[in-house]
Design a protein around this ligand. Structure first.
Ligand SMILES: [Zn+2]
Length: 148
């Protein structure tokens, strides 16, 4: 059970309900996504309303993920802002309330970058570049000496 449900009964008469909630990362079951650490709650703001046939939810999501730098492997924090994310659900599919946690989880997973670099420019990158350049200078072309 959680408090991230929208009850249809509370939304009649063309009302718009404002959403302003903090979600404990544990509730999002993201721990099975390896090497991701969430230290702060996810911030969800937005609004929900009904049309004739649908429940419309429009959210801004803000969260911080700690994730290993792709170059040096140290954990680094990334703040992710998702603007104006829409969820639309057919009223036919909702009995009493709509639980939006799952959709929030799905969109957040998609927005977490697979390549992350610490402080936007990893200190190890220079070392790596030096190494790469050196490597390029030493490059030999195995096929040039090939006799046909
Ligand atoms: Zn790094």
């Amino acid at each position: 059970m959680n408090n991230f449900k929208i009850y249809l009964a509370g939304l009649k008469n063309n009302q718009t309900e404002k959403i302003d909630s903090l979600i404990d990362p544990n509730l999002l079951n993201l721990s099975n996504e390896k090497e991701l650490v969430f230290e702060k709650p996810f911030k969800i703001t937005g609004k929900v309303y009904l049309t004739q046939e649908s429940l419309i939810m429009n959210f801004d999501i803000n969260f911080t993920v700690s994730i290993p730098c792709s170059i040096c492997n140290n954990f680094t924090n990334k703040t992710i802002n998702i603007k104006s994310f829409y969820i639309t659900e057919d009223l036919k599919n909702i009995s009493l309330a709509y639980d939006y946690l799952k959709e929030i989880r799905n969109v957040c997973v998609l927005e977490i970058p697979s390549f992350v670099e610490c402080s936007d420019k990893c200190k190890k990158r220079e070392e790596l570049n030096k190494y790469l350049r050196k490597d390029e200078g030493d490059k030999h072309y195995p096929f040039t000496s090939l006799e046909i």
